[in-house]
Structures are given as C-alpha cells and as structure tokens.
Design a protein around this ligand. Structure first.
Ligand code: FAD
Length: 293
C-alpha cells in the first residue's frame, strides 16, 4: 500500500474501482458493504469521486479514509478546482495527508450548474494542469489525471487535447485514467498518440458497464462518449427490459476488457456506479487473462 504511482510494473496490470459518495448519508454503510464485497478481487486501489461543485468535499475525504484505514484498500481521492481557492485545496490536501492518503486524481471539474462555461474561482485554478502543478509542490503526492480518448466535450480536438494532457504530465501527473468509452479503437489510438507525444506514463482505460438505459443516455450526453451503432441498436431494442440491458452491458464490458488486456494495458479501472455483483461478474470472467501486480 502507498503511492499508486509506484505500483505499475511492466507486463502486469492493476485492477481498480471508482465509487462515488452516496447522496444520502444513510447509504454510506451500503457503500462500505459494496466495497467489502469487492475485496475478493483484491483491488489495487479504489478511487472516490468529488461531487459537482465540490459538494462532497468532506464525504470524499471521509469515505477515502475509511476505505484506506478501516477496510484496508489503497485509495485515491478525486479533487476538482470547482468553487475552490488555493487555500481550500491546501486544506483538503492537508486533511488527506493527515489520513495517510497520498493519492489524488486532479481535475478541473465541470462548469457549475446553470453555467455554460467553467469559471475559475478567485485565487483558484482554471485548468487541471495548474492544480497538478500546485499539488506537486505541496507534498510528494502520487497524482493521476483524466484522459479523453474521444476528446473532451468542450474541445473535441484530439490534437489540442493531447497538448493539454502533455501539460498535465509535464506538471507532475504520474498516470492517467481515461474517460469511459465503448470502442476500444478510440482508446488504443489515444494511447498511441500519447506515446508519440512523449507521454510515457501509464494510461489506464476506464470501463463503464452499462447497467441502466436511462443512466447511460444521460452520462453519454454529458461526457460525449459515443456508443457504437450495434450496441446502441441492441440497447434500443431492449430499453424496456432492465435485466436485458444489464446483460448487454455486462457482456460488452467483458468483451471490451478482454480485448484491451491483449493490448498490454497498464491496468483496468471500473466505474462501478457503487455496485458490486455485476463488477464481480465482469472481473471473474476476465480474471484468468490478467497478470496482476
Ligand atoms: P482539464 O484537463 O483542465 O481540461 C478542461 C478543458 O479545458 C478541456 O476542454 C481541455 O481541452 C481544456 N484545456 C485544458 N488545458 C488547457 C489550456 N492550457 N488552455 C486551453 N484549454 C485547455 N468531475 C468531477 O466533478 N468529480 C470527479 O470526481 C470526476 N472524476 C473524473 C474521473 C475521470 C477518470 C474522468 C475522465 C473525469 C472525471 N470528472 C470528474 C469529470 C471532469 O471533471 C470533467 O471532464 C471536466 O470537464 C474536465 O476536467 P479535466 O481535469 O480533464 O480538465
């Protein structure tokens, strides 16, 4: 346990999960049960999201600390620039440090609700690379950043996006986790371009199992990820049948993961949506193909 940046080994893969702080405090225990249910998989780390507008700041720290210090799995706390000055960020980092957490996913964050564009908070940061730069100076953190195989929804210019990713790495990012995608070619092209650009840090694909029709429609409309036609046709046919949607989503996540594993990926990160049984089903069917660290 410790810094995620020191976990990566050539020819081996990390396996990790993303969870989010539940809206209702009463559901936090359920989240811990979900994570305990995933222990069999021996996750290398669990990452905890940071709610829009910095709304879950305290919960993110509390949950990350419980996962690390009580459940015993390494954690990474997400941190955004939204609604935060340098001092606010510094306080969160101090708190994480005091809980023995040394891993941060540094993000700019999305524009606040009702705003079309991201607005930098006075005394804060306008881009993730500035946050990375600040965190790196603050302490010796292991820093992850976001990567966008299909471009970021505000930019969608893959070349410019790659320049910005390089800036994040040049400012101190140690590894990259990708936004969800459903077509492996997008990820593999993105990784090739990153290597050409001189980004020689691990790039972990983020796998999002489709478990709910309405949820996937909403998420893809927000982040711009494309669903291949055959998959989208399949989902449309079964949209009124939740268990069929889940079956299609799990099958796709398995085949996506299996193909990626053949391409020497540094790790695999599952967007769990705070669910364990479906994630276990996916993991168990690919487990034999993974050489773990
Ligand atoms: P940046 O890398 O700063 O990019 C933001 C935009 O600015 C992009 O359009 C980029 O092209 C552009 N840009 C970057 N640098 C420059 C520059 N130097 N000059 C001009 N333009 C530039 N959001 C949350 O609120 N909480 C979370 O916990 C969370 N977790 C995430 C985890 C992962 C793995 C991913 C992929 C995303 C996550 N997000 C989360 C979403 C993320 O906050 C949004 O995608 C956000 O809009 C961009 O954040 P970023 O860190 O990629 O920003």
């Amino acid at each position: 346990m410790g810094k995620i940046s020191s976990m990566f080994q050539k020819g081996k893969m990390t396996v990790s999960f993303e969870v989010f702080p539940p809206k209702k405090d009463d559901d936090i225990e359920k989240l811990y049960d979900t994570i305990k249910d995933l222990i069999d998989i021996r996750p290398d780390f669990v990452s905890v999201t940071y709610g829009a507008g910095g709304s879950t700041r305290d919960k993110t720290v509390e949950i990350a600390s419980t996962i690390k210090n009580k459940i015993g799995i390494e954690t990474m706390a997400h941190l955004t620039c939204v609604n935060s000055s340098e001092d606010d960020i510094s306080r969160v980092l101090d708190e994480l440090n005091s809980k023995n957490i040394q891993n941060v996913l540094a993000l700019r964050g999305d524009p606040q609700q009702g705003q079309a564009n991201f607005t930098k908070t006075s005394g804060g940061f306008g881009y993730a690379y500035e946050l990375v730069n600040y965190i790196k100076k603050h302490n010796d953190w292991s820093i992850c950043v976001a990567g966008y195989p299909e471009g970021h929804i505000e930019t969608q210019d893959l070349k410019r996006e790659m320049d910005y990713l390089k800036m994040k790495v040049d400012n101190g990012a140690d590894f990259i986790i990708s936004q969800l995608f459903f077509n492996n070619e997008d990820f593999l092209n993105f990784r090739d371009q990153a290597i050409k650009k001189g980004i020689n840090k691990p790039i972990i694909p983020g796998i999002f199992p489709i478990l709910n029709y309405n949820a996937i429609k909403k998420i893809t409309s927000l982040c711009g990820a494309k669903i291949p036609k055959y998959l989208s046709d399949n989902l449309e046919c079964k949209k009124d049948n939740p268990s069929e949607i889940e079956k299609i989503g799990i099958e796709h996540a398995i085949s996506q993961s299996e193909e990626l594993i053949k391409h020497d990926i540094a790790g695999i990160h599952f967007y769990t949506m705070n669910k364990s049984s479906q994630i276990k089903e996916i993991y168990n069917s690919i487990a034999k193909k993974i050489i773990r660290i």
